[in-house]
Design a protein around this ligand. Structure first.
Ligand code: ZN
Length: 214
């Protein structure tokens, strides 16, 4: 289904080259096949110029406009007057409870449930000996620094229930428990092997509520 360019355009693309290139670029986006890509390209062609320009500016300026929060590694507005992200800066959130996640997308999945009132730490990856990803490639040092200030007393490990996610959780539990941090692992009512970002909100809430000590 739409994954082979040769099959999608049997002979040669019927479109002018710039339009063809736009379709091909849109197709590289996740979940976008040839039909959707073509529909989006026609939409952009018909849309008011300002709308298309706005979209193009937002895409091209995205990386420049964002930096990582120095505390939790979440993304934040480069122009922000805060020295950290809005979650870390929120005085209503418990700084002592930290949810550790593999990626920024999972942080926002949990945030969307509106149930968690602590803070986060994004590892920006997970341990994978097969791919040569060791602890030094993750933001573990930053987590140690945060723990060193004595502020963190509970750590909830919310890495994915995959082999890599589990070994990452085990590694962190072994590292932080001797430092006097209460470490727990979220429970899973979901198929093992599934990436957390694809889990529905209710399952995610239950998983955090039913976390178990490590
Ligand atoms: Zn932050």
């Amino acid at each position: 289904m739409g994954s082979h360019a040769s099959r999608d355009f049997p002979n040669k693309s019927p479109y002018p080259l710039p339009f063809h290139h736009l379709i091909e670029s849109l197709r590289t986006l996740p979940g976008i096949g040839i039909k959707t890509a073509t529909r989006l390209a026609f939409h952009l062609l018909k849309a008011p110029e300002e709308e298309a320009l706005q979209l193009s500016r937002e895409i091209s300026g995205l990386r420049e406009a964002l930096v990582l929060c120095p505390q939790c590694q979440n993304i934040m507005d480069r122009d922000s007057r805060l020295s950290c992200c809005t979650i870390c800066a929120d005085p209503a959130r418990d700084p002592g409870t930290v949810m550790v996640v593999e990626d920024i997308q999972t942080l926002y999945s949990i945030e969307r449930t509106g149930e968690f009132r602590g803070r986060y730490h994004v590892l920006l990856g997970r341990l994978s000996p097969l791919e040569g990803i060791g602890p030094e490639a993750l933001r573990v040092r930053e987590l140690l620094d945060r723990t060193g200030t004595g502020e963190i007393h509970e750590m909830i490990l919310a890495t994915s229930p995959t082999v890599e996610g589990e070994s990452t959780a085990l590694y962190l539990a072994r590292l932080f428990k001797p430092l006097g941090v209460k470490v727990s692992r979220i429970a899973f009512g979901i198929p093992v092997g599934l990436e957390l970002e694809f889990v529905d909100d209710i399952t995610l809430i239950r998983s955090v509520e039913a976390r178990r000590p490590m």
